[in-house]
Each structure stands twice: as structure tokens, then as C-alpha cells.
Design a protein around this ligand. Structure first.
Ligand code: 4AD
Ligand code: MG
Length: 461
């Protein structure tokens, strides 16, 4: 079926005859001798208005053409006398493809609560808000590729099944071919040597280690794909399955890393503002009235670059009471991150040089032997959007760190090889893709920027 998208029709330069449109009915109004349909096909936020005269073939089915039904319309694109639209369709044929029972179709009202829509995740893409989110998500993915391609980075695909725990936090889901009713055991422990891979395997928490591998051959690379965390954090910012963007640059240090992160965030915001105007407007009007002011201030200002030690001093002097303690050596919590970005500086802040105890084994040791070359880029409303670092490229220092943390050095043989053979300073970061989407749309719950969220105690479909 050759069909025209609503998006194309609404953007047409001139009228047209004999076009075909398909979509879902959003509303119907019956008048004497004709009916008005508002039809949406997901190609854009706007509906197209269709006028169906009573003598049009198919009109007899109008009682069944209700909100939610799918229809095919053949007709002519004509200038619309109505306000707020340039074009409308004068139908010559109307065809009902699939009816939707008005008694049971759940999306009848114009606005539903986020909670209700989450409970019908299979239908919520047909609402304005989730249609818009999905289109912005698609455009933002494209923008990521455009940004890195322009800068000479290669897109690599890091594996999803892995044998190593990149972050060393043990928050991994096990991947197994075992029959769980019949687990092979040895000395009281599950014997993973008999499992599919001959050892314990997991879903990856980050593609970084593979990215380091490839960056130390191709120079600048990025991976962008799903990552998984079995952390029991039931917050509006954590999902068990989320997408992460991870660039990795050879011959680069922490300062290059912060430059890239800042440039990337600004580019992505600008891109979405330019290419998703209608969809983004919806969020500026109905979700967060201060959205555009926030986005402007991120794009127009230099990010603050603040050593972790100074961040702790600022937080200690804050008059605001925090739930979690502030002390050198403790990790920053979302409330602290939001204080820095929303109240103290009123813009994004790159906090760097964290105490080694609270960061992963691979981060480059600073000369003070106490902090590592790590950076978290914090943004208003979200807190941590990016976590990155310069990597430890000195074999002896890396080995000492692996031993100090009690990790099994044999498992890192290939990672150590990268330091043995032509080692180079290199750096990279991970950006939570859903958190970036939350930032550009003002949506406050991660469950509402992923089509099918996977969170603690929640797995639908
Ligand atoms: O700070 P994280 O844990 O860093 C890493 O995994 C590094 N290996 C990345 C790298 O250097 N290549 O995670 C990076 C980002 C966080 O800043 C956050 O935005 C997002 O990933 N993130 C999550 N997003 C949603 N749900 C979760 N459970 C997340 N955990 C991390
Ligand atoms: Mg982090």
C-alpha cells in the first residue's frame, strides 16, 4: 500500500488529489451529512483532519469508526478553513481497518496520568506524550551518531554477554544455560565450569573495557547500546536495563574527556531543539514550564569544573539540610548533586578527582596517591548524567591497584596486555541515554522515557 505520512501531508507545498493516508482515529465528531475525524499515524505529533461526507463509500461504517480505530483514507488534500491547520483531507473513500471498542479502549481521555499509562505500556505510544518521547529518542540516537561521526570516531559494538565486571561493583545479572531446578554443584557452590561458557557469564554493566581495547587500535571510538545493572535502586533515575553511550579516546587525558562530555551534551540539546520542535514544545508546555530556560542555560554557559574536595567544602557550608552525610571520602548523592547544579552554581558541574576508594579500579591514580582522574558531569534535575575517567595506562600502577582491591589479576590478562604493548594515555566516559532524554524533555521518571522499562519488581512483556 502506497501511503502518505501525515507529517508529509501537513508539510505539503500544494494541494493533492487521490492520496492515501492510514492511521488511528483520535477523535470523531458527527455533523448532519458528514463527519470529522482527527487521524494520527505516529509520524508526527499533529493529527490531520479528515472530512467524510455521508455519500462517501465506507461512510456506513462510521458508527464503528471510533477513537482508537485504524482507518485508511483516500482523498484530496485541500486548504483547511479551520484555525491551527493548513491542510485537511476531503475523503473520497474511507475504510475501517480495525475497530476499537469504545467501552474498553483505554485511551479515551485527552490526558491520563503517567502511572495509568505505565500500566498500559503497549498502548501508551499512541498517546501524544509517549509518541513524542519515542520520536525524540529516535532523533537523539541519530544525533549521537552524527556527533561522533563528524569528529572521526568509529562506532563499535561491544558485547552484551561478558565474563568481566567492568565497574567491579558486582551488580551483574548472571547469564546461564543451566536448568535451574538442577544446578551442578561442587564443594557446595554452583559449578559454573559446567555452564555454557565454561565459566560464569553476565550481562554487561558497561562496554568500556571493550571500548578501551578498540580505542588503543583505532584511536577514537564509541559504543552505544544496552547495559544492565542488578542494583536494587528503586529510584526515578535507575533502570535495570538502560542504554549507555561510551566514547573512548586514545592519546587523551581527563581534561579532553571533560571537553568532549560538555560539547556532546550541548550538541545533543541543540540538535533536538532544532529537529524536534513540535514534540519538544509539548514538554515545554505540559511537563516542565522552565524546560527551555534550563536548556538555554546549559547550552549558553561553560560548565563549572570543580575538584571533588572543593565540592565537599561547598556542601559542608550549605545551609540546606541533607539526608546523607557529606565527608571527604563519601560518594555524592543525588541531593548533593542537585544542590550543586540547581542551587549553588545553577548550571552543569563537572566534579573531578574523586577519592580512589569510591571509584573503579581502572581510573588513573593522581600524583597525590589519594585521588583518581575521574569525572562525573552533573546536570540540573538529574544529577549524574556522565561518569568517566582517564584510564590507568601504567602497568605497574594498574597491577598494584588490582592487587589492592583483591581482584583476580589473571582475569585481566588482556587488559594488562594493552598496557604492556604500546600503552597510551586514554580517557572516556559513559552517558546514561535515558538520563539525557530526561534532561531534554523535563520528564522526571526514567520509566517514562523507555518504551518497556525494566526496574526492580517490574518486567512486562
Ligand atoms: O558512572 P557509570 O557507572 O560509569 C561506567 O559504567 C563507566 N564504565 C563508563 C565509562 O567510563 N565508559 O555509568 C555511566 C552513566 C551514569 O553517569 C548514568 O548516567 C548512567 O550511566 N547510569 C544509569 N542510568 C540508568 N539506570 C541506571 N541503573 C544507571 N547506572 C548508570
Ligand atoms: Mg557513576
Amino acid at each position: 500500500m502506497k501511503r502518505m505520512r501525515v507529517r508529509q501531508a501537513l508539510g505539503a507545498e500544494a494541494g493533492m488529489e487521490g492520496m492515501t493516508l492510514c492511521g488511528w482515529v483520535r477523535t470523531k465528531r458527527d455533523s448532519k451529512g458528514f463527519s470529522f475525524l482527527e487521524v494520527n499515524d505516529g509520524s508526527c505529533l499533529k493529527n490531520i483532519q479528515v472530512i467524510v461526507d455521508a455519500d462517501v463509500p465506507g461512510y456506513e461504517l462510521m458508527p464503528e469508526i471510533n477513537t482508537g480505530a485504524s482507518v485508511k483514507v483516500v482523498g484530496n488534500l485541500v486548504e483547511s478553513p479551520g484555525k491551527g491547520q493548513t491542510w485537511e483531507v476531503q475523503a473520497t473513500v474511507i475504510e475501517l481497518i480495525g475497530a476499537a471498542d469504545p467501552e474498553t479502549f483505554p485511551l479515551q481521555k485527552k490526558r491520563h496520568s503517567d502511572e495509568f499509562l505505565r500500566s498500559i505500556a503497549h498502548l501508551r505510544p499512541r498517546s501524544n506524550k509517549y509518541g513524542a518521547i519515542t520520536r525524540i529518542r529516535s532523533e537523539l540516537s541519530y544525533a549521537i551518531h552524527a556527533f561522533f561521526r563528524d569528529r572521526g570516531f568509529y562506532y563499535i559494538h561491544s558485547p552484551i554477554i561478558t565474563g568481566s565486571d567492568c565497574e567491579g561493583a558486582g551488580e551483574m545479572f548472571t547469564v546461564s544455560g543451566f536448568d535451574f531446578a538442577n544446578l551442578p554443584r561442587k564443594n557446595g557452590q554452583v559449578d559454573f565450569s559446567q555452564d555454557f561458557f565454561g565459566k560464569r557469564a553476565s550481562l554487561t554493566v558497561s562496554g568500556q573495557l571493550s571500548a578501551e581495547n578498540m580505542a588503543t587500535a583505532l584511536g577514537d571510538v564509541y559504543t552505544f547500546g544496552p547495559t544492565f545493572r542488578a542494583e536494587n535502586s528503586n529510584t526515578p533515575r535507575h533502570a535495570a536495563e538502560f542504554w549507555m553511550l561510551e566514547p573512548e579516546m586514545a592519546f587523551a587525558d581527563l581534561s579532553d574527556d571533560m571537553d568532549l562530555g560538555e560539547e556532546c551534551i550541548k550538541y545533543l540539546i541543540n540538535h533536538v531543539r532544532e529537529h524536534c520542535k513540535d514534540d519538544l514544545d509539548l514538554f515545554g508546555r505540559f511537563v516542565d514550564k522552565s524546560l527551555f530556560a534550563t536548556l538555554d542555560s546549559i547550552v549558553d554557559n561553560d560548565f563549572v569544573r570543580l575538584p571533588y574536595g572543593e565540592a565537599i567544602e561547598i556542601l559542608k557550608k550549605a545551609t540546606q539540610k541533607f539526608e546523607y552525610p557529606v565527608e571527604f571520602g563519601l560518594d555524592l548523592q543525588t541531593e548533593h548533586e542537585r544542590y550543586l547544579t540547581e542551587i549553588h552554581f545553577k548550571k552543569p558541574v563537572a566534579v573531578f578527582d574523586y577519592p580512589k576508594e569510591i571509584k573503579a579500579f581502572y581510573m588513573r591514580m593522581n600524583d597525590d596517591n589519594r585521588t583518581v582522574a575521574a569525572v562525573d558531569i552533573l546536570v540540573p534535575r538529574i544529577g549524574e548524567l556522565i561518569g568517566g575517567s582517564q584510564r590507568e595506562e601504567r602497568l605497574d600502577v594498574l597491577d598494584a591497584r588490582i592487587k589492592e582491591l583483591g581482584l583476580n589479576i589473571d582475569e585481566y590478562w588482556w587488559y594488562r596486555d594493552l598496557r604492556k604493548f604500546g600503552t597510551v594515555p586514554h580517557a572516556g566516559f559513559g552517558m546514561g541515554f535515558e538520563r539525557m532524554l530526561m534532561l531534554v524533555t523535563g520528564v522526571t521518571n526514567i520509566r517514562d522515557v523507555i518504551s518497556f522499562p525494566r526496574t526492580v519488581s517490574h518486567l512486562e512483556f
